[in-house]
Design a protein around this ligand. Structure first.
Ligand SMILES: [Zn+2]
Length: 188
């Protein structure tokens, strides 16, 4: 018996493709995050590393055949050597301030919310990407962000965000990217 929050795994495209998305997100979440930054209390640059936050910061919530799975990054903590304050490393590379999920997931919500109601968007994210984002959250993101990369790619007759797939599968930093989307006619 599924609980009220357990969304069924009913992918609109091949489950292999959704699993590949999940696998990439798990890898993103495997990295530790939190770049050094000045102390938010006194502005000092003198600090030392001070372990990791107890709770990982959520990157995405996956809808899998086994149920919901949160993937998150460990967040580096620092201690200011001048005032003693403990603070979180800089997460701005991966997160917008005050958002429950990572930037690519937020952008993905905004991308689909441009064409669909928040309720439809919640369903699209679940069925096309295997991601759970509540419709109220989708609506908040859509209200807050309006500047999003609208490039789309069709996969199995479904419209996908090119920038989201590029984030996952097109690794610009790697010498040998294992997957690069260059044209909108890529085949799956
Ligand atoms: Zn300080």
């Amino acid at each position: 018996m599924r609980g009220p929050d357990e969304k069924p795994f009913d992918p609109a495209v091949s489950p292999l493709f959704v699993n590949a998305i999940h696998e990439e997100l798990r890898q993103v979440a495997d990295e530790r995050r939190g770049d050094p930054r000045p102390c938010p209390n006194c502005g000092s640059d003198e600090h030392r590393k001070n372990g990791y936050q107890n709770e990982p910061k959520t990157v995405a919530r996956l809808v899998t055949a086994e149920g919901l799975e949160d993937v998150g990054v460990d967040v580096q903590q620092y201690e200011c050597l001048d005032c003693g304050r403990s603070f979180q490393g800089d997460l701005s590379a991966l997160f917008y301030e005050g958002c429950a999920y990572a930037k690519p997931v937020v952008d993905l919500c905004v991308f689909h919310a441009a064409d669909e109601s928040p309720t439809a968007c919640e369903r699209t994210l679940r069925r096309q990407y295997g991601l759970q984002v509540h419709r109220d959250t989708v609506e908040r993101y859509a209200d807050r962000f309006d500047d999003v990369d609208g490039h789309a790619i069709d996969i199995a007759d479904h419209r996908y965000s090119l920038s989201f797939l590029s984030f996952l599968f097109g690794d610009e930093d790697s010498d040998e990217p294992h997957f690069v989307i260059q044209r909108s006619t890529a085949l799956w």
